[in-house]
Design a protein around this ligand. Structure first.
Ligand code: B12
Length: 224
């Protein structure tokens, strides 16, 4: 969990992406680290009845955030998930921008490279975490509409990919070779996804259920 306020997020975005809360509103960015798979996901699929229609990891995240909500039931709390989209097809929140302004993970974009070699190509940006490199995901945003934090001080994210050459290498790997996982190791990391977790996330969504059965994580009957 990392702490931002809505104003920092809105400040770097064009109005069409703004969140409709006052600027001092407290929010948290939720990241998942490599151990999420063993600590939260496997126990979850073992215990819970999964709905076959929805992505199992998304169901796991929303289950755990619903527990957070229950535990803080005296507080109003809105949750936005990374996979939620608006009717105009735009994401409900930009996870990478939120992670950057919260100080969680530096968001490297094309404009962070001075001598840009890509011409007309569309180049997507990528966040790198100082401890987990690229081995994490941004799962959601928790917003507390009744909590105002006017005096919160903004913390800059760690610029862990500082050189021009490394930034170019990072963006190339993320855009053109993301399937080989190599962009995630652009810096020395403390923990990566296990073999099992890579097999799971590397599989097309339709095959992930089957994999969980093969890996013995769930019984066939666990799905409905
Ligand atoms: C749509 C989407 C895709 C699309 C399009 C990608 C794109 N970036 O547009 C596709 C299908 C191609 C895609 C692919 C992948 N994706 Co994707 N995707 C998303 C999603 C849902 C929305 C991204 C989006 O539409 N952005 C809109 C554009 C316009 O935003 P933008 O380029 O950042 O522009 C804004 C900033 O520049 C900002 N801005 C301007 N000035 C400044 C200044 C500062 C300082 C800051 C901070 C911001 C800022 O303003 C702009 C908007 O006005 C996000 C989750 C989310 N909810 O955010 C995941 C997400 C970006 N994807 C992710 C990943 C990992 C991938 C894949 C590797 C596949 C995978 N899941 O394993 C591939 C890799 C890319 C590739 N080579 O294809 C991760 C990235 C994690 C990270 N470390 O950064 C995310 C965050 C999902 C997650 N849950 O963690 N993805």
């Amino acid at each position: 969990l990392y702490l931002p306020k809505v104003g920092w997020y809105n400040a770097v975005l064009q109005p069409s992406f703004h969140l409709q809360y006052s600027e001092d509103t407290l929010a948290f960015v939720v990241l998942s680290t490599p151990s999420m798979f063993d600590k939260a996901f496997k126990p979850f699929v073992n215990k819970q009845l999964l709905k076959k229609m929805n992505d199992p990891v998304d169901q796991c995240v929303s289950y755990h955030l619903s527990l957070v909500k229950e535990n803080l039931s005296d507080q109003r709390m809105d949750v936005i998930y990374d996979y939620e989209i608006l009717p105009n097809r735009k994401p409900k929140f930009l996870a990478q921008t939120a992670a950057h302004v919260a100080g969680a993970a530096y968001y490297y974009q094309r404009k962070d490279v001075k001598c840009d070699p890509w011409g007309e190509k569309k180049i997507y940006g990528v966040c790198i975490h100082p401890q987990y490199g690229g081995w994490f995901a941004i799962r959601g945003l928790l917003i507390f509409p009744d909590v105002q934090v006017p005096f919160l001080e903004q913390v800059a994210p760690v610029d862990c990919v500082a050189s021009e050459e490394k930034r170019i290498e990072l963006l190339e790997k993320f855009n053109f070779h993301w399937r080989d996982w190599s962009y995630r190791d652009i810096i020395e990391v403390k923990e990566r996804y296990s073999e099992e977790q890579r097999a799971y996330f590397g599989a097309p969504p339709a095959e992930r259920f089957k994999l969980l059965e093969l890996q013995g994580v769930v019984q066939k009957s666990a799905f409905y």
